[in-house]
Design a binder for this molecule. Structure first.
Ligand code: ADP
Ligand code: MG
Length: 610
């Protein structure tokens, strides 16, 4: 039994979906009834619309309900063009996809510019507008009466029977889900998940948050447009009631039921949502109430939908049959990380070109509070510059201003000769500034290797098309990513955890991983915010060795830290902040005996010192 399961485990993950895809396409020859065929066509169409929502909501974390509007665009455009221009299924599918993409871009920009929940709101209103717009364009859409007289679909001049139409729908669905799978499992998929976890993290890795969100939303529009084109041919009649609010809720329910953060979940969800109403004629009457209740229950209970449940079951089974594979990365890896923490030899990094960080007269006010009152300081390459001061003295504010999260009220910031004053966060990251966070940030469900490789998303960018088509360029980058992360993880001493789930590792390991992720960008300036807090002695020692190695490689290291002992041990220069002012600056020996530091800083925090 064990050997069978292990044999099964070796089968690549794409085999099962491909087999099911072929089965779907071949279904008419397996003797399915006309009703089942219709059910499958409608399920494929709903699955296409739903997969657009999975992409923007499940992966990129942006709740956008506009897919219904793109779906309507595709359907009416196809219906009208098939009647009055040219009736070719494939051509109209392409036209509809492009039109949906355009509608997606235009409708997405205002909502995304505003940020937060704005896209959910604007896209929701867009959906409410659909019936009105259909009414306004009565001349083309048939208004409330509906668009009647759409011809039989043709492909390259040949009319399609219901069976061949089914096959075309199935093939298009399989192709789209392959595209989706290739995108989501590529580094773009990881970037989407980083974005979903934290836009701040994404931008600090050099990712333009606005562009990536717009991309996810606009890409999600494409399958909706395609689905609309196919739907126009199903009954050869379009009614505005098909495209309203109920459709948007159906899509949302299918996404959540199947699992928004999964590629194939949309198919499962769509099949159930199409099958349910067929079983009971009363269903349609209560559909809205049932969907609503379902959304509330499922949304809270099964966060990752049926696909999530299936994944969990598979993981548990694998763990049960394979003793080498820990069920959860929580316990064991800590142990093994602890073992190798006896690491006495210092890691050696390749040369990293550091650059001088120069801050002049930096000032920041929050309302009436002067968080920083004209601070000037420099940090040199190949040195560790520690920034200390009591809580609320402005250390994090200073880091955030260097990173471009806050606008400066006054003053300038330079990296070498590059002026980064007022630059956006992702631009600062691209100028060579990397950072770690007070609380380590890692998206759920991604491996250590993927999490660290996210640091190379921008420096070594590969286009979406190469990733979807899996061109040689894509594979080269995947190999290079793997080699680089393996090297960095080895340096950091956690290479044995490369395939563990990053988010579930202990704090100490996640701190090291954050440094690793920052290192793969080959930063000129590395900002570490409270990097040792919450770590035990061993972990601090490992971290200290790593930071020394980074200094030796030539990087400019800025260390914000409360642990005074660690600061004295590591720093080449120490700058002391108090109430937003620089009160002292010097070597560890000077600062240790500085009267102002002793009274203002050590005096205040005597009991907190280690
Ligand atoms: P530190 O990191 O040295 O503990 P911070 O830089 O976080 O201190 O904070 C400095 C001061 O600025 C504190 O008084 C804090 O309350 C205030 N502050 C920081 N960020 C904000 C913000 N976004 N809005 C308002 N006040 C803030
Ligand atoms: Mg702080």
């Amino acid at each position: 039994m064990t050997t069978i399961v292990q044999g099964l485990r070796r089968i690549p993950s794409w085999v099962l979906p491909l087999a099911l895809g072929i089965l779907l396409i071949a279904a008419p020859w397996l003797g399915i009834s006309a009703d089942t065929r219709r059910l499958l066509v409608l399920s494929c169409i709903l699955a296409l619309v739903t997969s657009g929502l999975s992409l923007s909501f499940g992966y990129a974390g942006e709740l956008a309900l506009g897919q219904t509007a793109m779906y309507a665009t595709g359907a009416y455009l196809t219906g009208y063009l098939a009647m009055h221009w040219v009736n070719d299924l494939l051509l109209l599918v392409v036209v509809s996809a492009v039109a949906a993409l355009v509608v997606g871009m235009i409708s997405g920009i205002p909502g995304l510019r505003l940020g937060g929940w704005s896209l959910a709101m604007t896209s929701f209103f867009l959906v409410l507008l659909v019936p009105q717009i259909i009414d306004l364009l009565e001349k083309y859409t048939g208004g409330a009466v509906g668009l009647v007289g759409i011809p039989q679909p043709k492909l390259f001049g040949q009319p399609l029977s219901t069976v061949t139409f089914y096959v075309v729908v199935a093939v298009i669905t399989v192709v789209w889900f392959t595209v989706m799978r290739n995108l989501v499992t590529s580094r773009h998929g990881i970037a989407f998940q980083v974005l979903r976890q934290s836009p701040v993290l994404a931008s600090s890795l050099g990712i333009s948050v606005f562009r990536l969100k717009l991309t996810a939303y606009a890409l999600g529009a494409i399958p909706a447009g395609i689905a609309g084109a196919l739907f126009a041919y199903v009954d050869k009649y379009l009614s505005p009631s098909t495209f309203g609010f109920t459709m948007a809720v159906t899509v949302l329910a299918a996404a959540i039921l199947g699992g928004a953060k999964s590629v194939y979940g949309a198919l499962i969800g769509a099949l159930i949502m199409q099958y349910g109403p067929l079983r009971s004629t009363d269903f349609a009457q209560y559909a809205q109430v049932i969907y609503g209740v379902f959304l509330i229950v499922a949304g809270t209970l099964v966060a990752n939908g049926l696909a999530g449940l299936a994944n969990r079951a598979i993981k548990l089974l694998k763990a049960r049959w394979d003793p080498q594979q820990p069920a959860s990365a929580g316990g064991d890896p800590d142990q093994s990380a602890g073992e190798s923490s006896g690491l006495t030899k210092r890691p050696v990094l390749p040369q990293l070109p550091g650059d001088r960080l120069q801050i002049e007269g930096l000032a920041k006010r929050f309302g009436g509070l002067q968080a920083l009152g004209g601070v000037s300081l420099t940090a040199e390459p190949g040195q560790i510059t520690a920034l200390i001061g009591p809580n609320g003295s402005g250390k994090t504010t200073l880091l955030n201003m260097v990173c471009g999260y806050y606008r400066t009220d006054d003053g300038t910031i330079h990296i070498g000769d590059t002026d980064i004053t007022g630059a956006k966060t992702h631009q600062v990251a691209r100028a060579g500034v990397a950072r770690t966070f007070q609380t380590p940030l890692f998206p759920e469900d991604i491996s250590v290797h993927e999490a660290v490789a996210a640091g190379m998303y921008t420096p070594r960018y590969v286009g979406m098309l190469s990733s979807i088509l899996r061109l040689p360029r894509y594979w080269r980058t995947v190999r290079a990513d793997r080699a680089e992360t393996t090297a960095v993880l080895r340096l950091v001493g956690v290479d044995h955890l490369a395939d563990a789930e990053a988010a579930s590792l202990p704090l100490g390991t996640r701190r090291l991983l954050e440094v690793a992720r920052a290192l793969v960008c080959r930063p000129k300036v590395l900002l570490l915010d409270e990097v040792a807090s919450g770590l035990d002695e061993d972990e601090i020692e490992r971290l200290a060795e790593l930071i020394r190695a980074i200094r030796a490689a030539g990087t400019t290291v800025v260390l914000v830290e409360h642990n005074f002992k660690l600061v004295l041990e590591l720093a080449d220069t120490i700058r002391v902040l108090a109430q937003g002012e620089l009160i002292a600056s010097g070597t560890p020996a000077e600062i240790e005996n500085h009267p102002r530091v002793l009274s203002d800083y050590l005096g205040v925090r005597q009991e907190g010192m280690q």
